[in-house]
Design a protein around this ligand. Structure first.
Ligand SMILES: [Zn+2]
Ligand SMILES: [Zn+2]
Length: 372
């Protein structure tokens, strides 16, 4: 660490050399602002990328700086009498950095270091999230009535999610090929019945019922949502904790249902409670993600927060009407137990997965409504 003849464009004090991720940069001792000489900014973030496991699309940050915002107040640290130019860090990430078109040096504020360091990762994540809807997504939704997901790609194969789906499908298959008598026996022993619960009968049904489904539509709906949002949650939670929370939300859903219908002899089954628990965590931790929604024939990307709030509102109305065979109270029980966990773990999750925090910050520009 020694003094050099470069000076901070704001404080005018001399800069000192510092090492960040094995890249030597010049830092102001007063405001902690950082100067990257030509090329340093690229080697700085390519090191960040090789530390994480992401695969950058283009390694050169300078080639995808965002829009130019005109002259900065700051003078270049290296060139004499040259004004820096303000730029957005990325087209869809609006942190302002100052760039010298002469020597290609970059000045950043200390609090922008994290975003600059992760800009390659941010760039490829935003490309994924900001993909527009197209005719294929349109046909998919028209035919299936299911939304499409726009979110970051997962880093690890979501084996727990796949196994849960396989198990649910397997159980459904077994129940549908067995005789009516056997199905009835399975239902009476492994589905949740409130009256039985209070008699202490079949307590395991709290767990087993969440792997059973009453119809193919019920199964497909639950499994589809598990498939699109389970992988991201498994990625950020880790396999064990994810499985534990999934089961916990399913059990809570059953308990809430039992609490509301203490005298009921009707059995309830389904993964909905557990899946609704996942909805809550997903909407709190993946604010940047979108799901598609059909307005007549127009497919729109809407924030997951809006999507699930509307969904929950429908479930509350359903629970109040008490007309249908759908266990709305179980859905709500699963959702609110997931919401509780989502709040408790939020800081921890966002700290461990910095990309999520950066993506849900206001600097990140998510494209949604203007796409046809
Ligand atoms: Zn300074
Ligand atoms: Zn310069």
């Amino acid at each position: 660490m020694y003094q050099n003849n470069k000076h901070c464009p704001d404080c005018k004090t001399s800069l000192r050399e510092m090492k960040y991720n094995q890249v030597v940069v010049d830092q102001c001792r007063q405001c902690s602002g950082l100067w990257f000489d030509n090329g340093e900014i690229n080697s700085f973030q390519s090191r960040q990328v090789s530390n994480g496991n992401s695969t950058p699309t283009t390694p050169e940050l300078e080639s995808h700086f965002g829009e130019s915002l005109g002259d900065s107040e700051r003078q270049c640290v290296s060139c004499d009498n040259t004004k820096l130019i303000k730029h957005h860090l990325l087209e869809s990430y609006h942190v302002e950095i100052d760039y010298c078109h002469c020597c290609e040096g970059v000045w950043i504020d200390r609090d922008e270091l994290q975003q600059v360091a992760h800009s390659v990762e941010l760039q490829s994540a935003l490309e994924e999230i900001n993909k527009p809807v197209n005719w294929k997504t349109w046909i998919f939704q028209v035919l299936t009535q299911l939304p499409l997901e726009y979110n970051v790609k997962v880093k690890k194969t979501p084996w727990i999610t796949y196994s849960l789906i396989a198990l649910n499908v397997f159980v459904f298959f077994i129940c549908s090929i067995t005789s009516n008598e056997s199905s009835a026996w399975i239902l009476s022993n492994f589905a949740t019945v409130p009256v039985d619960f209070f008699e202490g009968k079949n307590l395991w049904s709290l767990l087993t019922s969440m792997f059973m489904h009453s119809s193919i539509i019920h199964l497909l709906g639950n499994m589809y949502f598990l498939y699109i949002i389970g992988d991201n949650l498994e990625d950020v939670l880790g396999k064990k904790l994810y499985l534990l929370i999934y089961l916990f939300c399913g059990v809570c859903a059953d308990l809430v249902h039992i609490g509301f219908y203490t005298n009921s002899t009707v059995s309830v089954v389904g993964a909905s409670g557990a899946v609704f628990g996942l909805f809550a965590m997903y909407m709190l931790w993946f604010k940047h993600a979108s799901l598609t929604f059909m307005v007549l024939v127009f497919q729109k990307k809407i924030p997951v927060m809006v999507f699930f709030i509307v969904w929950i509102a429908f479930n509350i109305l359903g629970a109040m009407s008490e007309l249908s065979s759908v266990a709305y109270t179980a859905h709500l029980g699963g959702f609110f137990s997931g919401l509780l966990i989502a709040y408790i773990l939020k800081d921890q999750i966002l700290q461990k997965n910095q990309l999520l925090g950066m993506l849900s910050a206001p600097e990140s520009k998510i494209k949604r409504f203007w796409h046809k």
